[in-house]
Design a protein around this ligand. Structure first.
Ligand code: FAQ
Length: 323
């Protein structure tokens, strides 16, 4: 793979870039080992590794409720969902590894606090209704974003997204079913569901990234077909689907500015609190410290597994040589 990542100072950069961009324009996928601009590689490693970290850290808010699920059925669904998120992390770390970054480098970046992961997972899960609401809103927002990324120009990321979206669709359905059940349940259940929607609505809108005017990476990502829609376009799609469904369920949304615009067919939202978003992204959200501590603890406690695997691999290699 080395030598395939072009820099503007390379003598053949312009010609190669033109060929690369023509391939993307024809709808071809860029595959590992193909020539690509170093900046394309850097953007993909940044995005895919952040995405992988998000899936893994995203197991924590939900995992906290496995022991407290209200029925065997709900417990089995939640365990399956949390396991799926671990699998998504695996696919994504593998996809990033095809770009020449190692698993160790990515984990080190996460554990040292250098790498970002989704803002949404720095909020606490206070009641059982939060679990349904994460499925409905957080997986709902993730699917909108990831269906778009399934069209991405980089083959391994695009294929990972197709598989992940199929699983996220089940996560979304179970969350929606759960919240609607509680919305139609006892007054206590309805209040619990409403409280969860009130707390997760704005963070779900924020997780789709800053407004396009404040999104420095979007122009490059759109130019090279990594994103096929902007942050605001994906957010609008999310609101257009979810706002009417939540209102239909007899719940309200915590946005006095929310209204349906006949002219555009869009649900228009009120101002988003971007100060809160940047505070969370910069490590000062309600759960940032706990999330990182939990990951560091899990990594330290897993040291013996990594050692055992390395010893097993070394032994197998020795045996292979001996035979
Ligand atoms: N949180 O220029 P942009 C899930 C950063 S998976 C933290 O607009 P971009 C599944 C951004 O990195 C959820 N940081 O960035 C699940 C950049 O900083 P940098 C994760 C954020 O990349 C469900 C800076 O702000 N999904 O939920 C966030 O063009 C349930 C400027 O922003 C993905 O990662 C944020 N929300 O657009 C699991 C999808 N937003 O890196 C468990 C892949 C922005 O330059 C339970 N990623 N920043 O230092 C993407 O599609 C994009 O990266 C965006 C951001 C749309 C997230």
């Amino acid at each position: 793979m080395p030598g395939k990542f072009g820099k503007p100072t390379d003598p053949d950069y312009e010609a190669r870039l033109a060929e690369f961009e023509a391939r993307i324009a024809r709808g071809e996928k860029i595959e590992p080992g193909d020539w690509m601009p170093e900046e394309y590689r850097r953007q993909l490693v940044r995005m895919i590794s952040q995405h992988a970290h998000s899936e893994v850290v995203g197991m924590l808010p939900e995992g906290a409720w496995i022991t407290r699920a209200p029925s065997l059925k709900r417990k089995m669904i939640l365990i399956a969902k949390v396991q799926d998120e671990a699998g998504h992390g695996q696919y994504l770390y593998h996809a990033a590894e095809t770009l020449g970054v190692t698993r160790e480098e990515m984990l080190e970046a996460l554990l040292s606090g250098k790498a970002k992961y989704s803002s949404i997972f720095n909020y606490p899960t206070l009641t059982w209704a939060d679990i349904g609401t994460i499925g409905w809103l957080v997986d709902g927002a993730a699917i909108k974003n990831q269906t778009m990324l399934a069209q991405c120009s980089y083959g391994p990321y695009s294929r990972a997204m197709v598989r992940i979206c199929a699983e996220e669709t089940f996560h979304h359905k179970q969350g929606k079913e759960m919240v609607i059940t509680y919305a139609k349940g006892t007054p206590k259940q309805r209040a619990m569901a409403q409280d969860a929607i009130n707390r997760w609505w704005w963070p779900a809108l924020m997780m789709l990234g800053p407004h396009d005017s404040d999104s420095p990476n979007t122009p490059t990502l759109v130019k090279w077909g990594v994103k096929t829609k902007t942050n605001d376009e994906v957010r609008q799609e999310f609101i257009n689907e979810h706002a009417p469904e939540i209102l239909e369920a007899g719940l309200t949304l915590p946005d006095p500015g929310l209204r349906y615009d006949e002219a555009t067919g869009n649900w228009v939202h009120g101002p988003i609190n971007w100060d809160e978003f940047w505070a969370v992204v910069n490590g000062n959200g309600p759960m940032n410290k706990e999330r990182l501590e939990a990951r560091r603890r899990a990594h330290a406690e897993g040291a013996w597994v990594r050692e055992a695997l390395a010893a097993y691999a070394a032994r197998r290699q020795q045996t292979a040589v001996a035979v």
